[in-house]
Ligand binder design. Structure first.
Ligand code: AHG
Ligand code: MN
Ligand code: MN
Length: 337
C-alpha cells in the first residue's frame, strides 16, 4: 500500500474543500520547523543544546537553550511564507507581526515551542504545541488583542512529540490524525487516521505533590480515585505523570486516561499552571476531535473568551466520561456552597 505523506494528506484535504492553500502551506512549514527542532533535540549533549539559556521568559520561568532555539526555528521558518500575519509564543512577551518586508497572510500562529522543558536534560520526551487562528477581518497590523479568540475559533491545532519516534498529531477540525517522521526520507507519514480516545478509563495523570494545595472538590475526586474498587468509584485506578504535557496527552490520545493540572493555592493569584492559548486550547481541540473532552473542572476550555495572551487555566482533559465525572465533583461542590 502506498504511504500517505503529510504533504499528500494536506493536498487531499484541500481538494476536498476542507482547508485552503494557505493553511496547507502553513502546516507544511510548521512540519518542517518541527523536523528541525527534532534534529536539534536528538543531538542532545553532542549538539551543545542542553542546559539553561541563562534568561527568563515573560512568565518569570527560566529558559532552556532548547526553548530559545525552538522558538527561533519556528519564527524563522514562518516569517517569509506569505500565509501568516503574526506569531505569538509562550517564550515572547508580545506577538511578533510578520515584518513589512515580507508578504503578509491571514493566519495567526501560536506556539509553545518546547513543552516539557524540565525533561530536556534527562532525555525524556518533549514536544512543540501549536494553534492557528484567523486574523480578525480588517486587521492591518496584528496586535496581542487580535489573538484573544476562544478555542472554538481555532482553524487548526497540533503538536509534535520528540520521543523514541517523532510524531505530529494534527487536526483541522475534521478528526485528529497522527503522522510519524521517517527520519530517512525526512517525511511525515500518516500512521493513524481518526484517533479515538476511549470514553472510560482507569488511568489518571496529575502531579500528586501538589495535593495539599488543591481545593475541596479536587481532594474529594482524587480521594475516590485512590480508594479504588472498595471506594465510591468501584474500580482501581493507575497513575502516570511524565511532566511533559505533550507526552501525557499523547498517551491519553493513544490509550485513554484523564490529564489534570488543577488550580492550586501555592500561588492563588494564578488561575492554573498551564497556558490557555499555547497549551489548553490546542490540546482541547485535538482531544475533542478524538471524541474526548476538555474542561477547567467547571466549563468547556474551548468556550473561554481569553483576556490575556499568556492567561493560565486549570485543565481536565481526556476520556469523555472521566472528564465529566471530575467536572461533576466541582459543579456539585459549587452548587452546595
Ligand atoms: P513548559 O515546559 O512549556 O513550561 O510546560 C511544562 C508544563 C507541562 O508540560 C507539564 O504538564 C507541566 O508543566 C509539569 O508541571 P510540574 O513540573 O508542576 O509537574
Ligand atoms: Mn508547555
Ligand atoms: Mn514551553
Amino acid at each position: 500500500m502506498s504511504r500517505t505523506s503529510l504533504t499528500r494528506y494536506l493536498i487531499e484535504e484541500q481538494h476536498a474543500g476542507r482547508i485552503n492553500a494557505d493553511l496547507r502551506q502553513l502546516i507544511a512549514v510548521v512540519g518542517r520547523a518541527c523536523t528541525n527542532i527534532s534534529i536539534a533535540v536528538s543531538k542532545g549533549a553532542l549538539g551543545g543544546v542542553l542546559g539553561d539559556a541563562g534568561t527568563g521568559n515573560v512568565q518569570g520561568e527560566a529558559q532552556k537553550k532548547l526553548d530559545v532555539i525552538s522558538n527561533e526555528i519556528l519564527l524563522e521558518a514562518n516569517a517569509w511564507g506569505g500565509h501568516l500575519a503574526a506569531c505569538a509564543s509562550e517564550e515572547m512577551d508580545h506577538c511578533q507581526p510578520v515584518p513589512d518586508t515580507y508578504p503578509r497572510g491571514d493566519f495567526l500562529l501560536l506556539f509553545d515551542p518546547l513543552d516539557g522543558s524540565s525533561n530536556i536534560d534527562v532525555n525524556v520526551s518533549v514536544g512543540t504545541i501549536f494553534s492557528v487562528l484567523r486574523s480578525p477581518a480588517g486587521t492591518e497590523q496584528p496586535t496581542d488583542a487580535s489573538f484573544l479568540q476562544p478555542g472554538t475559533a481555532q482553524i487548526a491545532a497540533g503538536y509534535c512529540i520528540y520521543g523514541p519516534s517523532t510524531q505530529m498529531v494534527l487536526t483541522t477540525g475534521h478528526g485528529t490524525h497522527s503522522f510519524t517522521l521517517d527520519r530517512e526520507t525526512g517525511e511525515f507519514v500518516l500512521t493513524q487516521r481518526g484517533m479515538q480516545i476511549p470514553e472510560d478509563t482507569q488511568e489518571f495523570a496529575i502531579n500528586m505533590s501538589n495535593q495539599r494545595h488543591w481545593e475541596a472538590p479536587m481532594q474529594g475526586y482524587v480521594q475516590d480515585l485512590l480508594a479504588g474498587k472498595e471506594g465510591a468509584r468501584g474500580k482501581n485506578f493507575n497513575m502516570r505523570w511524565i511532566a511533559s504535557m505533550v507526552a501525557d496527552v499523547h498517551r491519553i490520545l493513544t490509550r485513554g486516561g484523564i490529564f489534570i493540572y488543577p488550580w492550586d493555592k501555592k500561588d492563588p493569584g494564578k488561575a492554573g499552571k498551564l497556558r490557555l492559548m499555547y497549551e489548553a486550547n490546542p490540546m482541547g481541540l485535538l482531544v475533542e476531535q478524538a471524541g474526548g473532552a476538555a474542561t477547567t473542572g467547571r466549563e468547556r476550555i474551548l468556550d473561554i473568551q481569553p483576556d490575556q495572551l499568556h492567561q493560565r487555566v486549570p485543565v481536565f482533559l481526556g476520556s469523555r466520561n472521566e472528564v465529566a465525572e471530575a467536572t461533576r465533583y466541582h459543579r456539585e461542590h459549587d452548587a452546595q456552597a
